[in-house]
Each structure stands twice: as structure tokens, then as C-alpha cells.
Design a protein around this ligand. Structure first.
Ligand code: NAD
Ligand code: MG
Length: 398
């Protein structure tokens, strides 16, 4: 395997931690070129010191000075790059081969797209980039000859269950012989709770995911199941699949990470522990398998795996995401932006949990009533994203 110089964007987050864990196991294959973080400069400095990163990217001068302070007493300060443009430039830097796109939210879109345009191996954890700008992103992968490895566990599972291929490419049509994609979902912490009993949910309750340990935004998305909705849209772009050939199945144990159904009736599933080091190591090593430090799956210990159809009354966000996908890209931008505003409002204690779908629905309706816009360029997407955020923020709800 050729040596890869890697930029880990969003290195201080949950995916960032797991990525650095896998990288550290294989110094002969992987070196860290750059790390980035939005806050927690102490942690970023510790990561940069441990990995020997040449570059760190931080959001502003205040963060840069906190980073310098946190670095004190260590040797050779890394190059500090500042701002959103520096993030995109680092993703496209000639000194790097592989980019882990692990920033949360639409804030991760410009750097993920820059990596795609520059023809890198792109390990895509940031699903919001595909939701907001799927056609732009996939076209960039195709035009530049970049390699795209999905890191989201469901999409990584589907990728593994797809017909064999030599390279990770961006398909233009569904793979031959594939009838359906089946995304599994844990159902989150409120799967069995009376929907009438959700009004007083606190952020800590919503973030207490039964099986996965993740950042707070995606944890709330998992509780509302908007996360699965974003993943349906993500699967649509990654595998060129129409909405009516992507199903969601609740599977509380999170052992089967997703499935592919073929025309002959075969269903291939990928299973494993709920540990993101499995998909991350698959992406880093592809096509080679690496020991990621994940403990073996003991099916006898599980004994029983359960599956059920999701209840769209209980999880209105899932239905809203399907509606957005069927409606088009502008609706998907609205879905994602309104959700980011609503979830931030909920996490900051300004918005009740049950209002998250209401904010999203209002934004989708507002978007549908506007004159249609073209979304051919990144700036078009970012402009619409900003407008929706303003609208959602001014609703008086958030
Ligand atoms: P996290 O909140 O733990 O980490 C987010 C990272 O992004 C941090 O390093 C943070 O400093 C950085 N960041 C935050 N806002 C930023 C901004 N405005 N500009 C630049 N950097 C910013 O999130 P996470 O759980 O690691 O998730 C990261 C992405 O991966 C998300 O898109 C999420 O949906 C996706 N994902 C995560 C998991 C998981 O298990 N955590 C699984 C599948 C997909
Ligand atoms: Mg997922």
C-alpha cells in the first residue's frame, strides 16, 4: 500500500478521534499532514504534537493565539492556517493525498468539495455536504478522478455489499442487479417512548444514544431520525439510487449496519460492532483490510436481532427528508439548514425538542413558495443555505 499523507478536518470531534486512533496503528502507511478544529485548541495542540502534523487550521486569529499558547513548551510549532478559505486550500493542498472530511454540518461542505475537485482520496463522514450539494459534489468526484469512500457506517456497509470494483468511483446509475438499498437505524433513545411524552426532553437525554458514541448534533439527529433522513439523501447521491428504492428499517441492536437487496432475491448485509473505526479503517486502507482494534462480533452473545418498520408518526423528520429528496435539491438545502438551526436552538436550551420538525417543515414550505433557484455553483448553495438559516432563526421558534 502506498504511503498516504492525510488531512483530518474536524480532528477534535468523535470521528476525528477514531480516525487518529486508526492512523496511529499504521505509521508505515499513514502520516498526518494537517489537522483542523473549530474550538478546543488544547486538544488540537495535543493531537498535533502526537501526530507530528505539519499544518493546523483554526477558525480565526483568537483561536490561533490560543493554539500558540497551548503549544508552549513543545518543539517546532506547526504552520497555523486561519479561516474558512484556508480549510478549503488545505483540503486541496498538493502535499496531501487523502482528506478525512469530518467537520459537522454544512460548514464542512466547501472543504469537502475542494478535496473532491482536487482529485484526492476523500473519506466522507460529513453527510451534510452531500445533502446540500450532492450533484455538485458527485460531479466534482467524477471530473477530477477523485476516489470517494463513504465513512457513514450505513453507506460504508452498502459500499461493502455492492458488486466488486477496483476503484471507489461515483456511479451515474444504480449498480446492475441491485433492487434496493436498506438502511438500518437504531431508532435512537426514544424509540419506545410515548410521543406525547417528548416535550420536556433535555439535550443530555437526546444525546444519550443507546449504541453509538457521537458528537452532539448527530446524536440529536439520531433521536429525531432526521439523521436517517439525511442518510437516505446521502445514499441517493452515493449510489445513484432513486428515493423509492431506498428503504429504512429499524434495528435496535445496531449490528447489521445496512443491506443491499439484489434482483435474484439475495440480500447482502454488513455486520460488526458499532465502532466507527471499522468504516474508517476500511476507507483508509481500501481495498486492503486493516486491523482497526475493533473487538470481534459475538453473534451467539446477541442471540437475537430485531427489525421493524419505522413509524413516521413517531418520527416525522424521516418523512420530511423523503419529501425533500423527492422535491429536489433546494428542498434538501432547506431541510438541512433548518435542522442545523433547530438542533442548535434545542442544544442551547432555546427550543423544545418537539419543535425541531416544526421548524424544518416551516422552512420546507417557505422554500417551496419561493421562486426556483439554480444551484449549479457552491456559492448558489451557500447563499440559499444562509437565507434558510435566517428564515429559520427568525421564526421566533429558534
Ligand atoms: P463532532 O461534533 O464530534 O466534531 C465536529 C468537528 O468539526 C470538531 O473537530 C469541530 O471542531 C469541527 N467543527 C465544528 N464546527 C465547525 C465549523 N463551523 N467550521 C470548522 N470546523 C468545525 O462531530 P462528529 O460526531 O465527529 O461528526 C462529524 C461528521 O461526521 C458529521 O457530519 C456527522 O454527521 C458525521 N458522522 C459522524 C458519525 C459518528 O459516529 N460520530 C457517524 C457517521 C457520520
Ligand atoms: Mg450513520
Amino acid at each position: 500500500m502506498a504511503f498516504q499523507r492525510i488531512a483530518v478536518l474536524g480532528s477534535t470531534g468523535s470521528i476525528g478521534d477514531s480516525t487518529l486512533d486508526v492512523i496511529a496503528r499504521y505509521p508505515e502507511y499513514f502520516g498526518v499532514f494537517a489537522l483542523s478544529a473549530f474550538s478546543r485548541m488544547d486538544k488540537l495542540a495535543a493531537q498535533a504534537a502526537a501526530t507530528g502534523a505539519a499544518v493546523v487550521v483554526v477558525p480565526d486569529e483568537a483561536a490561533a493565539s490560543r493554539f500558540r499558547q497551548a503549544w508552549q513548551g513543545r518543539a517546532a510549532l506547526p504552520e497555523i492556517r486561519v479561516g474558512a478559505q484556508a480549510l478549503a486550500d488545505t483540503a486541496a493542498d498538493a502535499a496531501c493525498d487523502t482528506v478525512m472530511a469530518a467537520i459537522v454540518g454544512a460548514a464542512g461542505l466547501p472543504s469537502a468539495l475542494a478535496a473532491a475537485q482536487a482529485g484526492k482520496r476523500v473519506l466522507l463522514a460529513n453527510k451534510e455536504a452531500l445533502v446540500a450539494a450532492g450533484s455538485l459534489f458527485m460531479a466534482a468526484i467524477r471530473d477530477s478522478g477523485a476516489e470517494l469512500l463513504p465513512i457513514d457506517s450505513e453507506h460504508n456497509a452498502i459500499f461493502q455489499c455492492m458488486p466488486q470494483r477496483d476503484r471507489a468511483q461515483a456511479p451515474l446509475a444504480p449498480a446492475p442487479g441491485v433492487r434496493k438499498l436498506i438502511l438500518t437505524a437504531s431508532g435512537g433513545p426514544f424509540r419506545l417512548r410515548d410521543p406525547a411524552d417528548l416535550a420536556d426532553i433535555t439535550p443530555d437525554q437526546a444525546c444519550a444514544h443507546p449504541n453509538w458514541s457521537m458528537g452532539r448534533k448527530i446524536s440529536v439527529d439520531s433521536a429525531t431520525m432526521l439523521n436517517k433522513g439525511l442518510e437516505v439523501i446521502e445514499a441517493h447521491w452515493l449510489f445513484a439510487m432513486p428515493a423509492d428504492r431506498i428503504d429504512v428499517l429499524i434495528h435496535p441492536q445496531s449490528v447489521v449496519h445496512s443491506m443491499v437487496e439484489y434482483d435474484d432475491g439475495s440480500v447482502l448485509a454488513q455486520m460488526g460492532q458499532p465502532d466507527m473505526r471499522t468504516p474508517i479503517s476500511y476507507g483508509l486502507g481500501f481495498p486492503r483490510r486493516l486491523d482497526a482494534g475493533v473487538s470481534p462480533l459475538d453473534l451467539a452473545k446477541w442471540g437475537r436481532l430485531e427489525f421493524e418498520t419505522p413509524d413516521l408518526q413517531r418520527f416525522p423528520c424521516l418523512g420530511l427528508a423523503y419529501a425533500a429528496l423527492r422535491s429536489g435539491q433546494a428542498a434538501c438545502v432547506a431541510l438541512n439548514a433548518a435542522n442545523e438551526i433547530a438542533v442548535a436552538g434545542f442544544l442551547e436550551g432555546r427550543l423544545p425538542y418537539t419543535w425541531i420538525p416544526r421548524v424544518i417543515e416551516a422552512a420546507l414550505e417557505w422554500q417551496a413558495g419561493r421562486p426556483s433557484v439554480t444551484l449549479d455553483r457552491l456559492t448558489d448553495v451557500l447563499d440559499l443555505d444562509a437565507e434558510i438559516r435566517t428564515y429559520a432563526g427568525n421564526l421566533g421558534l429558534a
